[in-house]
Design a binder for this molecule. Sequence first.
Ligand code: SF4
Ligand code: SF4
Length: 299
Amino acid sequence: MLSADFIKQQASALGFQACGIARATALPKDEFPLQEWLAAGFYADMDYMQRHADKRQDPRLLVDGARSIISLLLAYKPDRRMEGPHRIAQYAYGEDYHERLKRMLYQLMESVAGRYPDFSARAFVDTAPISDRHWAQRAGLGWLGKNTLLIHPQWGSYCYIGELVTTAEFDHYDTPMSDRCGDCRRCVDACPNHAIVSRGGENPFQVDARRCTSYNTIENRSETLPSQLDTRGYVFGCDICQLACPYNEQVPASIPLTNDRKAELEQLPQADETAFRRFTKHSPLNRIRYPQWRRNLKH
Ligand code: SF4
Ligand code: SF4
């Protein structure tokens, strides 16, 4: 049995803002209504969301013998935002968080194995069929807001999420945090595309990707964007429903946006393909290809 406090101390020493631990079990359908979201067509053409739906619902099908999920948050709020007519979502200002977070997760595994030589885990950052925000909620790191993002009471929704899935058991597990949105619906009302929807009653809000700027500017591979899409100048991702959230207002900045980086981001719309590829090689913007970038700029 591993010490939960030890893991959390190691995670904090490595620079993670928060760490929580949940038992690996199936996520009930009312907690994670994936099938409902798929049946409504909200996944647009992200067919990969249909694949391995069973694993998304139950991480024990992803990692054989999994007993625990260690969820970790790394805050990314920049100290200022880029300016100009074209906007990039704040999470993509810096280096590719997949690389950075994976490095940190492996460092955490090493330090845990230093005390528990039999410890083994698999590290995930966005790339496997596991719903990181649901596990972060289960691990007591926040609640799922109406914009469907994880909201941490101190760090808001400006956090990258990663997890270690392990067969190890812990001496303590965290309690899921209950919803603190209350009657607020600022994010729902702020969305220029009415993409945050609910069937009413106790049904949770869901994002209809087909209407969402973030999906369309990143995942949509069509030659043109839907004509009615109101991007408000966003050409990669969208921050609008996060900027509207009161829990994000007091979040301290954790990443300085240097003058050089800010200038590079603001000049990117003028970049040719070679310069675009060079800039995006180690950036979250490498998720899209140059023709998509040009399409987004023209919309
Ligand atoms: S990311 Fe933008 S378009 Fe998508 S739900 Fe939020 S506000 Fe709406
Ligand atoms: S804006 Fe309001 S409803 Fe939306 S996630 Fe934040 S607190 Fe919840």
